[in-house]
Design a protein around this ligand. Sequence first.
Ligand code: 2IO
Length: 402
Amino acid sequence: PVVDTGFSVLSEDFAAAPSRHFAWLREHAPVHYEPAIDSYFLSRYEDVRRVLTDHEAFSTATLQVRAEPVMRGPVLAQMTGAEHTAKRRIVVRAFTGPALQDQMRVIHATAAELMAPFLPLGRMDLVNDFGKPFALHVTLDVMGLDRRDWQQVAAWHSGVAEFITGMTLTPERRRHCIDCAEQLEAYLLPVIERRRRDPGEDLISKLCTAGSDGIAMSDRDVTALIINVLAAATEPADKTLALLFKHLIDHPEQLAQVRRDPDLLAAAIAETLRYTPPVQLIPRQAEEDTVFAGTTVPAGATVFCMIGAANRDPDAFTAPDTFDIHRPDLGTARSFTAAAQHLSFGTGLHQCVGTAFARAEIETVAAILLPLLDQVRHSPGSRYEEAGLYTRGPLALPLDFT
Ligand code: 2IO
């Protein structure tokens, strides 16, 4: 029995400030049913953790309709068993260890290069002037794609991201998104073919030539993985970066502490991820009837884990609505690993494979900007606005640092 509360996650009221509704949801509608999209929304930490860790009862089959049409093939998170283990290992290896060390150099050089024109100006929109181009440049470089194509790829990517993160797409928008994905696929296929013949050190080559336990990657696999990595490495990156700086600027005493002790950056990033996760929702499909807080989620149902609400559950974090880089229950050292307390990288079998890469990106950029932290402030007259239900972040973050 689902109680009609009149509340909707699709309302303008919720979109304006989701976090204002989290406590009410956890207390009064921890299993909120949204009829317009026939889906359940879970907001309690314990329930979300249970869904993400019980991969027998909650599968990733939703991705077949939510992702596969624009990924042009099955992504890692859809796979199971030996195939998943083998292919996940290939991708993890491409984003950790010596590979990550190489990527750190690209990250640093790209950040310095894209930042340079704005330093003498003393002002920059951290989202649009820097964050978005930065994430795309780094991702294209890592894949061995031409960074001069970044604006074209960005346009295709935004169609792909709109499809994955859209809650109520019109047939016209759906068509537009799939067109973008088809063009991106057509751009990638000849590259994949060349890399198979003449591999280099880049990610596409690694995926093409990798084969562990007799499981090799088909063109369809490689295409889907490349589009997956493109989306995952760009969509949340500018948001996390901008949210980190917004929270620090809005908490001057913590900003001063980070300025004095750069070792606190990791904690500031981890707390930013907990407090305002750039990926707010993770979908799953119930494979059996499951009872949460007295309400049954039926087999076959789509379930959305509300990461933002779970990360602010007082049963998991003390004073959860306070941004506090010193909170003892964050476990900073574990925050970028499978043992993380916050759920911003998911958890369980399909936990994000890009955590170390994401951390390197944000830490590198923040370290470059650190000397400016004494002067940095919101540009006068700028109005702060966030958008997004699935992925969420500032639309812009104009900063002055003269
Ligand atoms: C298509 C929101 C871009 C991922 C999904 C399987 C993508 C997967 C995520 C994140 C960020 C996206 N899901 N990264 O939530 O790879």
